[in-house]
Write a protein that binds this ligand. Structure first.
Ligand SMILES: [Fe+2]
Ligand SMILES: [Fe+2]
Length: 203
């Protein structure tokens, strides 16, 4: 299948049709990604496609995510295996993406979108691209998600979506990471250690 917004919408429905909330979340993330892409990146259709598809891995049960990643030889971190299999949904989603779209038609676009899906939970080895940052930010400042986290978040800035889309993307990611850490702490949970590496360039 070719990488178009229309096809991304079909694939989103195919995997998440049973979960209205996740479908709607993905559409809201796509709208914010579009605004961010217009401001920071330029490749608007790529940002919309990646956003629509970023959570398709959530269609799988956690054990299936692990199995699929193991079969494909995807590098996994201890945190993902022992603390939060849920954190694998980005990597698992990237495998589903590979199944649905034809890399040969647009290899560079394909690789950029696949990486953004794979790394949207807590980054990846290597520098984040602009597209990775757009999807990460849009996913985390999506208003309904912010509302869900409101009871534990300490950072009022995060609810100001309009201001955040205008801000420097690295600064915005720092705010999001700090908030995630504080919420994990408040709940007595371990946070994903990959968060500490997200903006480092020497991995
Ligand atoms: Fe996600
Ligand atoms: Fe998401």
């Amino acid at each position: 299948m070719q990488l178009t917004i229309e096809n991304a919408e079909k694939v989103l429905k195919k995997y998440l049709y049973q979960d209205k909330n996740k479908m709607e979340h993905s559409i809201r993330v796509a709208k914010i990604s579009k605004i961010l892409a217009e401001k920071h990146h330029g490749l608007v259709d790529e940002a919309i496609i990646a956003a629509l598809l970023h959570d398709i891995g959530k269609s799988m049960v956690k054990s299936k995510m692990l199995e699929l990643c193991a079969i494909k030889g995807v590098i996994l971190y201890d945190f993902e295996i022992f603390e939060s299999l849920e954190a694998l949904h980005g990597k698992a989603g990237a495998i589903l993406f590979e199944r649905e779209f034809n890399r040969e038609l647009q290899p560079e676009k394909f690789d950029r979108i696949k990486h953004a899906i794979s790394s949207h939970v807590a980054g990846a080895d290597g520098l984040m691209s602009d597209l990775d940052k757009i999807i990460y930010i849009a996913d985390n400042i999506e208003p309904e998600k912010i509302k869900r986290n409101e009871s534990t978040t300490n950072n009022n800035l995060l609810s100001k979506t309009e201001e955040l889309v205008k801000a420097d993307m690295d600064e915005c990611i720092k705010i999001i990471i700090e908030d995630k850490k504080q919420r994990a702490q408040a709940k007595g949970r371990i946070y994903n250690p990959m968060l500490d590496n997200m903006l480092l360039d020497d991995r």
